[in-house]
Structures are given as C-alpha cells and as structure tokens.
Design a protein around this ligand. Structure first.
Ligand SMILES: Cc1cc2nc3c(=O)[nH]c(=O)nc-3n(C[C@H](O)[C@H](O)[C@H](O)COP(=O)(O)O)c2cc1C
Length: 222
C-alpha cells in the first residue's frame, strides 16, 4: 500500500449532494462500518454508536425530518459555531458559493439559498442515513474520536464507490432525532452521514472544494 493509493481515495471523495435511489447492499454497509471502526480513539473507548436507515425507513425519516425543519426549533446537542472569521469565513464563503454557482443560486436570492439549505433535510435524496452519537460523559474527546470515524466511513464508502455527505444540519433537530430513533439522553447526537450512489450528472455534484496551502496551516518548529 502506498501514500499514492490513499491520496487517490482522498482526492476522489467529495461531499455528495444528489443521490440516486438505489440501495447499497447490507454487506457493503457492514464493510464500511467495520473499516470506519478501525480508527483510533482515546483509551480505545470506540465511543461511536450508529443508527443506519435504509430504503422505506429512510423515506419515512426524510419526510418527518423535513416536517420538523419547517416547524421545529433548532436545538443541536453540540452548539453550532457562533461565528466564522478571517480565513474560516473566507473558506466557508468559497465553498458556499461554489455550491450556489453549481446549482444556479444567484447572489442575494435568499429564497433560492433557503431552498438549497432545505435539501439537507431531504438528505439530498440519499437512500441511507447514518446518525452518529457519542456518550456525553466522554465530552469533546468522544466527539473528536467520532470525527475520525466519520472520515474513515466516508473513505471506506468511497473505496466501494459509495458516495457520502456528513451533515451537521441534521443534528440541528437533536430532540426530534432522539425521539424518532429512541436515542438515550446520555448520548450526544453529533451529525448524520447520508450515503448511497452519486447522481453524477446533477449540478450539485459538479464542483470540488480546494484546500489551504501548508504554509497557512503549519507552524514548523525546528
Ligand atoms: C462534521 C461535518 C459536518 C458537515 N455538515 C454539512 C451539512 O450539514 N450540509 C452540507 O451540505 N455539508 C456539510 N458538510 C460537508 C462540508 O461542507 C464539506 O466537507 C466541505 O465543504 C469540504 O468539501 P468536500 O467534503 O466535498 O471535500 C459537513 C462536513 C463535516 C465534516
């Protein structure tokens, strides 16, 4: 195995925002979860628990989530960022505009951008959704470990030709998710991963994000 193999996988993975309805075979979903669970975690606690929906159950969840997004109050278990400044603001804008340009949302068209945002709650049409939770008692480090799990899930899926998108947006409605999936009170709902096969011709999948130069993210000491 070479770094070039890993880099190919990293380069080809992207967040998919339009899926085909075709189901991923259960065996492949199990392979993805097994690979994702190989990531390191503090004390090997493996804090992740995952609810995975498929097919009709995903459709029922999608409908209920869309309704919640239209009527419910945002109440994520993990507070969302309070602001983005400097480079973070610039990068957030750049990826937002790349999406809006791809799907034809004009600058200032708030109705169209709200419609695109609502696509989060239709899970971008994905036939599967994984809800990722971590024990509250493990705090930020449990969440950190789960971040690794989310990334490895996305890469393992990509290796099987399965497209993914991590979605904090779904966790906006944590109380609803907790009720819907009977998630215990002692767990934090971190995010969802919607997954399935990419609709490669959809404009929402036509752009790619870039990454900052090493000089922007590294301080060499010695
Ligand atoms: C923890 C996490 C939460 C995210 N939440 C959302 C989301 O709610 N909606 C969305 O469209 N993209 C979401 N994304 C995808 C990011 O926007 C995306 O990873 C980033 O723009 C880089 O693009 P790429 O994944 O295509 O490389 C999320 C990514 C991560 C890691």
């Amino acid at each position: 195995m070479t770094l070039s193999d890993l880099n190919q996988l990293l380069a080809v993975r992207h967040s998919c925002r339009a899926f085909l309805p075709d189901l991923v075979p259960r065996e492949q979903i199990e392979q993805i979860l097994t690979s994702a669970a190989r990531v390191p975690s503090w004390c090997n606690a493996q804090p992740w628990q995952v609810v995975v929906t498929s097919g009709d159950e995903t459709d029922q969840f999608r409908a209920a989530l869309q309704k919640e997004a239209m009527t419910g109050a945002p109440a994520p278990d993990v507070p969302f960022p309070t602001s983005y400044s400097g480079a973070y603001k610039d990068r957030r804008r750049a990826c937002g505009w790349a999406l809006y340009d791809a799907v034809g949302v004009e600058r200032g068209d708030r109705a169209a951008s709200a419609r695109q945002m609502m696509e989060n709650f239709s899970l971008f049409g994905a036939p599967h959704c994984a809800i990722i939770t971590s024990p509250k008692e493990l705090g930020a480090y449990g969440a950190l470990d789960c971040g690794g799990f989310v990334t490895a899930f996305s890469l393992a899926a990509q290796a099987l030709g399965v497209a993914t998108i991590p979605q904090a947006a779904v966790a906006t409605y944590s109380p609803f998710l907790r009720r819907y999936f009977d998630i215990p009170d002692d767990r934090m709902i971190l995010c969802a991963i919607s997954f399935g096969y990419a609709d490669k011709d959809h404009p929402a999948n036509s752009f790619r994000t870039d990454r900052a130069d090493l000089s922007e993210i590294v301080e060499w000491v010695g």
